[in-house]
Design a protein around this ligand. Sequence first.
Ligand code: MG
Length: 203
Amino acid sequence: MKIICIGRNYVAHARELNNPLPESPVFFMKPDTSLVIRNRPFFYPEFSKDIHYETELVVKIKKNGKHIAEKFAHTYYDEIGLGIDFTARDVQANCKAKGLPWEIAKAFDHSAPISKFIPLESLNDKNDIRFHLELNGEKVQDGSSTLMIFSIDHIISYLSKFITLKMGDLIFTGTPAGVGPVKINDHLVGYIEDKKMLDFRVK
Ligand code: MG
């Protein structure tokens, strides 16, 4: 399986990092070794002094597809989860300044905690999927799928022009505004609607 992540998919987040708004989805990948499951702790890596959380809706692909038309994209997923796209912002800034790829800042071990996946049908409104993150009890990010620049269906269609999507692949769909640093002992709790999806600590 592979993990494809979309960057700059929310206007307010692109602006908070002084990035231009994309004309088509920006994507990068994380390896399967980035995953953290079952609310295990996130261990702060030694190579960065500025690890940021980015809370994102994560789509699980349920069948293989290539060149998927946007109008059929909805048939390729029926479950959603919540994930954190941990980013070494200091290392990423260095990469951006040099025009280098971001993988070193995004794809490191344990950079992608994910929740369990729940059926879209279990949501109050699958066209307005609301989610938020609490850091040490304070709400720091609040998003909705309606605020995405590129919809989930558009992302699936676009990605599948370049990369065959396979059953079990995960797509991180981008983060809303409010990203910020974590430190050791922080407690992160993430929700989709009123369902607690993530609950773990930084160690
Ligand atoms: Mg992200």
